[in-house]
Design a protein around this ligand. Structure first.
Ligand code: TRP
Length: 332
């Protein structure tokens, strides 16, 4: 059987943190073992929020380095920059001709923004740029351009994929052909259970993250800052409501997890001890990755040329698809 095509976009809007690693990077890399994977830096999507060229360039490199250091093999996975595949925009323009404005009005991100404006008694379109408004269709173009079967993403992106399917279906119906494959979202489950330093979901917007490649000392310091309750050393503790334990599970072996679980239940273990165990398990996994990351960042030419190579391969596929679509609609 032919391999399924998996594709996802990585928005370079922040330095990757542990939540990204557990929730997005690891599951996507696992998926690439069984699928033909195409993972790209969604730099045009980032442009909606990042208006500083130095920062955008820097984040693009850092995010690519983080995926490479985490084990992405560019020989097996196509890794590219969205902005180096201009066919995306050609497809976007085609798709917009099949996109009801009402569909975009229903997009969560847009709706949340105008709702906030209403509450603040501002003009409802205040701060809404057209890039944000048509964001779901740029994403649809990313996906449909590459005959994607599976899109590994967090739940917050499901609506966008449904919209891509909607528009792809109208297009296929109008031209009476299967020009577009209909993609399926694939939940990257773990995101929900990665808790941050304050016990809420780990998220850049809460400022409670642990950066993925923070140096060893800083990592230990951050882990020691994880907020815990006031239970004393002797008290038995519940691992299933504990941020320390929830992180530990992702870095320790099953046997280690079972052992720490038993220590929680037995009592006699203080939070400092649990934190030290977490630090050791995390550091054991992350330190070789951190080393690779630092080496990559010292040799950015490699990152840049890897992205160039990937982008030129992606472009070849994209231009074939666009020529076909031009024929379908009569723009050839
Ligand atoms: N919108 C996605 C996010 O915010 C990033 C993205 C852009 C994407 N294009 C995509 C994800 C295509 C999957 C497929 O995370």
């Amino acid at each position: 059987m032919e391999k399924k095509i998996a594709l996802t976009g990585i928005k370079p809007t922040g330095i990757p943190h542990i939540g990204n690693y557990i929730g997005a990077i690891k599951p996507a890399l696992n998926l690439s073992q069984t699928c033909e994977a195409r993972y790209f830096i969604a730099d045009y999507h980032a442009l909606n929020s990042i208006k500083d060229p130095v920062q955008l360039r820097q984040l693009t490199i850092e995010v690519a380095a983080a995926w490479l250091a985490s084990g992405l093999d560019p020989e097996k996975v196509m890794i590219y920059r969205q902005s180096q595949v201009p066919e995306t925009h050609e497809l976007l323009t085609i798709l917009l001709a099949f996109t009801p404005k009402g569909l975009m009005n229903r997009a969560h991100a847009y709706k949340a923004l105008i709702q906030k404006n209403r509450e603040d008694e501002k003009d409802i379109d205040d701060g809404v740029n057209m890039g944000l408004f048509t964001y779901p269709m740029l994403m649809a173009a990313d996906i449909l351009l590459f005959d994607t079967d599976l899109v590994p993403v967090g739940n917050d992106q499901f609506q966008h994929i449904e919209m891509a399917v909607d528009v792809a279906q109208s297009f296929n119906f109008i031209y009476g052909c299967d020009a577009f494959k209909l993609p399926q979202p694939l939940a990257t489950e773990a995101t929900k259970i990665v808790l941050g330093l304050d016990g809420r979901k780990m998220s850049k917007s809460y400022g409670n993250t642990i950066p993925l490649f923070t140096p060893e000392k800083a990592l230990r310091k951050l882990i020691m800052k994880i907020v815990t309750n006031s239970q004393g050393i002797e008290d038995p503790k519940d691992p299933d409501i504990c941020s320390i334990f929830s992180l530990y599970r992702h870095f320790a072996t099953d046997a280690m997890v079972a052992e720490l679980r038993a220590k929680y239940h037995a009592g006699g273990m203080g939070w400092g001890h649990a934190k030290q165990e977490l630090f050791e398990a995390m550091n054991a996994v992350l330190s070789p990755l951190r080393k690779t990351y630092d080496d990559l960042m010292d040799n950015q030419d490699y990152i840049i040329s890897t992205l160039k190579n990937g982008s030129s391969n992606a472009r070849e596929l994209a231009s074939r698809k666009i020529s076909y679509l031009r024929t379908v609609v009569g723009l050839d």
